[in-house]
Design a protein around this ligand. Structure first.
Ligand code: S3P
Length: 175
């Protein structure tokens, strides 16, 4: 489906936009290996990302994230669901771009909020006004997601199957 040196499918976008759920479904459908970069990080540090943020802060988390992204980009035929903050570091993008196609999960603040309103595993969203924090952070990052992605998929109101098919069709058309 994809050239060997660019064989990964890399999902980028805000927290709660469905990268992990869709990534898993997509990987099963096209028989690719599924990787969640947050999970890789948690396996390596032996604690949750939330606890790591509390203990060591965001900067150390970003350094760790950069190291893991570098490692993951070396693999082939993987669907990689990335953490929402990877676009903050241009080295991450350079590395991922050389290893695959970047797909942006475009979700509205409302959609994200409805997915995350009961969630407490995203340290950056553990604030009183979660909706406003989502709006503000998304506004800051949207331009980066748009700039770095090869394909955009609008996820609001779509089923897992619809999003998966859209991605597969876009990849096939693009080859
Ligand atoms: C973050 C997103 C999270 C996780 C961490 C920071 C961010 O990943 O990496 O909490 O800065 O947007 P998900 O996008 O998988 O929730």
């Amino acid at each position: 489906m994809l050239m060997k040196n660019k064989s990964n499918i890399i999902l980028i976008g805000f927290m709660g936009s469905g990268k992990t759920t869709i990534g898993l479904n997509l990987s099963k459908t096209i028989h690719y290996h599924f990787i969640d970069s947050d999970l890789e990080i948690e396996n390596e540090i032996g604690m949750s990302i939330s606890d790591y943020f509390i203990k060591y802060g965001e900067n150390r988390f970003r350094a760790l994230e950069k190291r893991i992204i570098k490692k993951l980009a070396l693999g082939f035929r993987q669907v990689i669901a990335t953490g929402g903050g990877i676009v903050k570091n241009h080295e991450n993008i350079k590395c991922l771009k050389s290893s695959g196609i970047l797909i942006y999960f475009n979700a509205s603040p409302k959609h994200i909020y409805s997915n995350l309103k009961e969630d407490s595993t995203r340290p950056l969203l553990n604030v009183d006004d979660k909706y406003n924090k989502i709006k503000h952070l998304l506004n800051e990052r949207k331009v980066l997601y748009e700039k770095y992605s090869d394909i955009t998929v609008d996820v609001d109101g779509k089923t897992i199957e619809e999003i998966t098919s859209f991605i597969i069709n876009s990849l096939e058309v693009g080859q």
